[in-house]
Design a protein around this ligand. Structure first.
Ligand code: DP6
Length: 321
């Protein structure tokens, strides 16, 4: 039987950058995110005796080597749990270019974990799914629960998982994504996580993390958009300072990235309130109240080098389709 799941990408307001355990993908700090309505992965999985090996297709292309190994590793986790040895055919489609900092590993591993576990006959809870997705890609654990999500860092595999803080309709905010680059990044986030300690600023970052998580949760609870925005924007810069001061330094921004950042600040100074955040790629996520989203999109499209603008609302989590 073929089982299909759809999972949203998510944007982190408080980021996951650096692991306390690389193999188990335990993060150094808790993170806070929102699932995105228009950016997602759809994955179908079939286990069968007719397959002599695992066949993995991503966006219509059969993948091999490292990319395949990571997916097979995730299938192995699920096969072990379900006590089956059957090989699988996996077909995964992103509705956006993968590897551009638009969180394809998050939506990808969330959809894969849900589809494969069901196809293997398992009936896992959201918490269990979140833990298994985390082992495939850390940020994927946040794409299982709905809406606004916290990933509790925890101190073991069993205590490190994500859960929903609020459903999607809790707060009318949008993530207007300005796509400035569509080519795959040179340094993956997995490689980036591994060198965080080489930045002099990493210790300082970690020291402030608990306070920041508390602050953003409080702003979320009060729906205090200004406080919320100030924290998430500072957080993005904070992470990128660590990236740029690692050994080797990681520069994910393009000139257009900085152009969008400066424009957002200028528009805000003139009364159009929004805040930016950026993951491990050049695209900029402009966070605003829903009533301002269309206006911001119109302005972003007019900037140099903007390829596409996508307005995302908060979304439900991964589900079977
Ligand atoms: C910058 O989840 O892609 O997007 O666990 O190695 O797969 P792995 O890393 P990944 O890292 C995401 C980093 C980030 C910040 C975030 O989403 O919190």
């Amino acid at each position: 039987m073929i089982t299909t799941a759809k999972a949203p990408a998510n944007i982190a307001f408080i980021k996951y950058w650096g692991k306390s355990n690389e193999k188990l993908r335990l993060p150094m700090n808790s993170s806070i995110s929102m699932n995105l309505s228009e950016v997602y992965t759809t994955t179908s999985v079939e286990f069968s005796e007719k397959f002599k090996e695992d066949f993995i297709y991503i966006d219509g292309k059969r993948v091999k080597a490292k990319e395949k190994e990571r997916v097979v590793g995730q299938l192995d986790l699920i096969r072990n749990l379900a006590r089956i040895r059957l090989r699988a055919k996996v077909k995964s489609r992103n509705n956006f270019p993968k590897g551009t900092g638009l969180a394809s590993s998050a939506s990808g591993f969330a959809a894969l974990t849900l589809a494969a576990s069901k196809a293997a006959g398992l009936n896992l809870s959201e918490k269990e799914l979140s833990i298994i997705a985390r082992l495939g890609s850390g940020s994927a654990c946040r794409s299982l629960p709905e809406g606004f999500v916290e990933w509790k860092a925890g101190d073991s595999s069993k205590t490190s998982y994500a859960y929903s803080l609020y459903p999607p309709n809790y707060w009318d905010i949008c993530d207007v994504v300005a796509m400035v680059g569509e080519s795959s990044k040179k340094v993956s986030s997995t490689e980036g996580h591994a060198i965080v300690e080489s930045s002099l600023f990493y210790k300082v970052r970690i020291a402030g993390m608990k306070n920041k998580v508390r602050g953003i949760k409080d702003a979320l609870k009060k729906k205090d958009f200004t406080k919320f925005g100030e924290i998430l924007e500072e957080e993005a810069i904070n992470m990128h300072v660590v990236m740029m001061t690692s050994e080797p330094p990681l520069y994910y921004w393009l000139p257009e990235t900085l152009d969008v950042m400066l424009s957002v600040i200028e528009w805000r100074d003139k009364g159009l309130e929004s805040y930016f955040t950026i993951d491990a790629g050049p695209n900029v996520h402009v966070i605003c109240q829903a009533r301002n989203a269309a206006r911001i999109k119109r302005r972003l499209i007019k900037l140099n080098g903007i390829k596409r603008v996508i307005i995302n609302k908060p979304s439900i989590g991964a589900r079977l389709i």
